[in-house]
Design a protein around this ligand. Sequence first.
Ligand code: BES
Length: 869
Amino acid sequence: MPALSHRMRHDKSILALALSSKDIFAGTQGGEILVYSLDTYELRRTIEAHKGSVLGLCLQKDQNLLFSSATDPIVNVWHTDSFLRLYSLWSTYDVGDIFCVAYSSYHHTVYLGAQNTSIQWYDLKEKDNRPRPPLTSHPLERKDKFFDSFGPGGVQTPRPQDRERRDAVGGQGLEIDRQDIKQFAHFGYVYCMLLGHGILPDRPSEEILVSGGGDGRIMLWQIESSGGKIREICTLEDGRDEGESILSLVQEGSFLYSGRLDGEINVWDLETRQLVRSLKANVGDVLTLSLGGGYLFAGGVLGNVQKFNQHYETVSTFKAHSGLILASAFTAANGKPTFVTGGNDSTVVIWDVQDCVGSTSKAKRNNNDLMVESLTQFVSFRTVSSLPKYRADCRRGASFLRSVFQNFGAATEMLNTTKPYNPIVFAKFRGNPATAASRKKILFYGHYDVIPAENEQRGWRYDPFTLTGEGGYLYGRGISDNKGPIMAAIYAAHELANEQSLSSDIIFLIEGEEESGSRGFAEAIKEKKELIGDVDWILLANSYWLNDHVPCLTYGLRGVIHATVQVESEHDDLHSGVDGSAWLDEPLKDLVSLLSKLNGVKGRVQIPGFYDPILPLTDDERQLYDEITETLLRSNPELGDRDELTQSLMRRWREASLTIHRFHTSGPDNSTIIPRLARASLSMRLVPNQESAVIAEQLQRFLRNEFAKLSTANKLKVTIDHQAEPWLGDYNNEIFNTLESAIMSVWGPTLGRRRSSVHGLKADPFRLTPSTSNRPTPATSSTLANGSTEADDEPLDPTVVARKPLYIREGGSIPSIRFLEKEFGAPAAHLPCGQASDHAHLDNERLRLVNLYNSKMIFKKVFSELPTK
Ligand code: BES
């Protein structure tokens, strides 16, 4: 049973599919060809390809050219690297919809099958010898019998308003010669075609055109050696007078499979030209067939795919789309068998078909696929540290993580924390023994616990604990914070060890209480210091880029103190009417008065000496802020005023703050109660040089003093729940330098953000004349990391240089960093793996696949290139 691996959503039906070794091409009802990366599922390009729905797609054998046919009725020829249109060809008269297109690489001839029952062709070798077609011959320029003629009284019927749909531009216009037409090739629409081999027993290498039509027939056509002309060889006869329409055809060796409108799949022997079998499909009308890895896949109107083995037995039937399945394709490119379907639910779906590589051997899965598989398991554990009901799930998650390390040959141990807190997973990949003396020791810190995702409000689109791939992203609780980055680091160390090029020791400390203030972490680490050993560098990956485009490095985090302030009276909960009086000391009133003393105007914290330790802004730092604002404004000028943006970043990154989170009161929740107890939770974000222990003490003292001034009979209790020191890394040190060059080499050159050049080209519509103004600009104005979801990745200009990551700080806190730095006397650096839109801690948390893959590569580089201290 194939497993759904990834889904890409569009806003119109997917009618045609073609797969190259690196891309998925999907033709849509809106006339676009969507180009997705087969590796990362990113939308690489949206080609505005046709004025009408794209009905057929096919690739040249060497995959340099893509052919698309549509209802315009035009066949366009695209270059698969530049996505530019090279040729656009049409018939001399209206042929109706062009359902299918096939290309003979041998004859350099394009064949099209049309609604008017004809097959027509164009020999591309002849394109420059033929006369240039006049503009008026183009189907979109022709007079329309209905709309362009005058009715009674000279009235013209208004055209429907689909004018905004742009037609593709560029390329050479080619008109099919009147002789290159086979009229009435079928007694019905020509729905499907393929170029078959090994069909003529005496000339097995000769290409034969096979067509299927609305007349229920399959025709074989011989191609003449010059000009591409076709001559009928025969019709495949099934003994029926009239069969249902043939909608799809696939060939495998001497067998031809045809899918029919009545839900039948016919198996033909091309040597004897006889019908061998008829399979009754349970997918309804068979709209698409694909072959691969020894299996036949049939998709139909019921939205199901039926998978047959070589004995024509049904292996599985699975629901693939909520509507009709209109297109499918299979590839085993890069040793990775992939089945893709498209439907009128406007989605393209990637199916994991790992058993499809020949019936016996299993495909060797690449490490990125295995990493996603490991993550699917990792995310399935509900490792929520803050809810006691998930304690067992946390343990299971930790054991799973340990087993990943074990399988990769790392030495690993489970480090217990104070009961009942979650254990820490310790693991060590030992570097090459030859480098034992000089080997550096890198500590990777992360956390396997996650924020709750109870999904009571149904805000998640998918189950938060079932990793789901969509639109180039993986969705699931903890995928970005912090399970994805952890898995990327583990696979990086594993790959280096496997390649025998791990020259350093990589130590992993993955805790299970970070989201709850790293309870028990420090004590457990102190106890196990001997086991952990020396550490030269600390690396973590638990934050995000500033936007979705520019890679960043984080060099600062705020600290945090979480505190509970409680005011309690000696009396019970009372009734405000029966008992209320001005003389009664109400706990909630006291609490509110007390808390009101904490902040002055604009949230200024009133605790004496609170701001004193904060370091002044240096010139270097000021420059970093300027660079950041400039980059942010370049990619999104709507972000507003430059100074305001700088101020807003500084307020969140280098200024301290105080937040009151919530109140709790005793007694029933109604408006007559005077609660006997009132409690508030508050937190303070601290910045470098503010010591959390000192501030915690100042907070308690301030509250006690202010409370005393209230001269109330109630009692005050202040508890510090947990605290984390702020962290400021040295962004000029070697680990940051190594990370910087790794980021630059992995994310590579970045480009300015512009619309697609395909419809930006202003040129003679029939000539390929790329305008220089559409060349990419050098990276001085660069804003995008490769893998952008927009259709902007034009061919790279060699002058484009890799841009440096942005050095940023963060407002959030990670309690263990400062502790680890102090404990091991080693500097830390922080690589943000995720994008700003990752939704960490929110519904629909996600991580982009490119970010996951590239983070793994960055870790690999850092693990192997970081110099010894
Ligand atoms: N990964 C976050 C911290 C973070 C958030 C870093 C945004 C950088 C940018 C972490 O999981 C977290 O939420 N930490 C808590 C710590 C607290 C529970 C002690 C936080 O910041 O509130």
